[in-house]
Write a protein that binds this ligand. Sequence first.
Ligand SMILES: *Cc1c(COP(=O)(O)O)cnc(C)c1O
Length: 494
Amino acid sequence: MWYMSTRDKTVRVSAAEAIAQGLASDGGLFVPEVLPRFTEDQIESLCEMTYQERAVYLMGFFLRDFSFPELAEFVEQAYNEKTFDAPEIAPLVECAEDTWFLELWHGPTSAFKDMALQILPYLLTASLEKTKEEREVCILVATSGDTGKAALEGFCDVPRTKILVFYPKDGVSDVQALQMQTQAGDNVGVLSVVGNFDDAQTGVKRIFGDAALAKELNDRGYFLSSANSINWGRLLPQIVYYVSAYCDLIRAERIEVGERVNFSVPTGNFGNILAGFYAKQMGLPIGKLICASNANNVLTEFIRTGVYNRNRPFHTTLSPSMDILVSSNLERLLFLLSGGNDTETAGYMKELSEKGQYTVSPEVRAAVAETFWADFCDDARTRERIAELFEAGYLMDTHTAVAYDVLEKYRAETGDTTPTVVVSTASPYKFADSVLDALGALGDAEGLALIDKLSEVSGTTAPEPLVALRGKEVRFDRTVEAEEMTAAVRAFLV
Ligand SMILES: *Cc1c(COP(=O)(O)O)cnc(C)c1O
């Protein structure tokens, strides 16, 4: 299967090239030229498989230049009892009749980013081999918290790779900051940046566009690549858990083959929910994809009106991994929904970069509304939902609470009773301060004491890697101005 750029369909590369490059040279994102479609029979046979077998089967459709034994090996290394603390990998937990939580946070960093970033390093290093790339790759990451740690963990000491992570100084939780500051590995670097996530992301984009820097690094035997969800190798592994959740519902006899299921997804960069859209396009019987935002509700407005407008105040919220005003992966959706119109897609992106906003055509707007529904949830409501569900017996983090709240709004507004999966994207322990506060039990706890406190208050067990942070030394505590990011890359790649 070939991949093309969303801004120019004549750019045509293999899967390995798409993964090695990350971003197309015209600034577009790589998308598959055709989407495989599966039949009900195939869905039935997927039901008999383990998570790992489903991953090999589904990724195999898209990665024709990778062999079956290769993929099986990568999947086994990425999803096993050492890396994940749940044998199902992505367990479904019943919340109420017709409502489940899909827990995507049982990996090493306690957030859903592990689902893709545990396997991406294998896909990427194999892609370097396949494309006969001789230079070393330096992964640059701008993170709102979770991607950074998951990428560091995934790429830690992977041969032929280095990784440098930038996170907004005041935009991540205590636990998230500590997770990154204590990262092990000889090929890793972590810096905090003065500003918010968009400042860090803009800085990284500027570095990627810096031709002089690229040449200089090339002379030193390096090239830059991305582990942000613009990389196809990040998106693809996420399709797996939508299909897997559907199969698990069939296996548990909660739904019949062919019956529709909705998903409610806490959304920031639009990567997670886009993987759900790909699953739907491939024939998985998904009804609505419910796009849940926090106070940074640029996507709510877009899905409701067809206007994407990033010119608005940036809010720091209790769900920091969704504090985003530019959702990069939306570009792939626009390309798909405009019928693969590269000129139209490039036009929207040009308007976005020049004016900070664009309005999609009536056709695209209608196609968006057919599948997506959107609303947002503020911090006060996020707290209330956490407390309310804890009373009912389930402890969730702030991001998941946003998705849960928006699902309830959707049901109240539409009366739709379709069985629905709420995508649970982080362990409550990762945002222990906000969760404890919501439960009225924060007291004066801070730092790692928050983890013990949450365990005590909730009667649940904290994930082992978070408990283990206690004995770790802080290795990275430097802060840079956004203008110093390029210099930091130079210094890192000596
Ligand atoms: C990254 C993240 C999100 C948002 O996912 P996108 O793919 O960026 O839309 C939601 N919740 C958590 C906990 C995350 O880490």
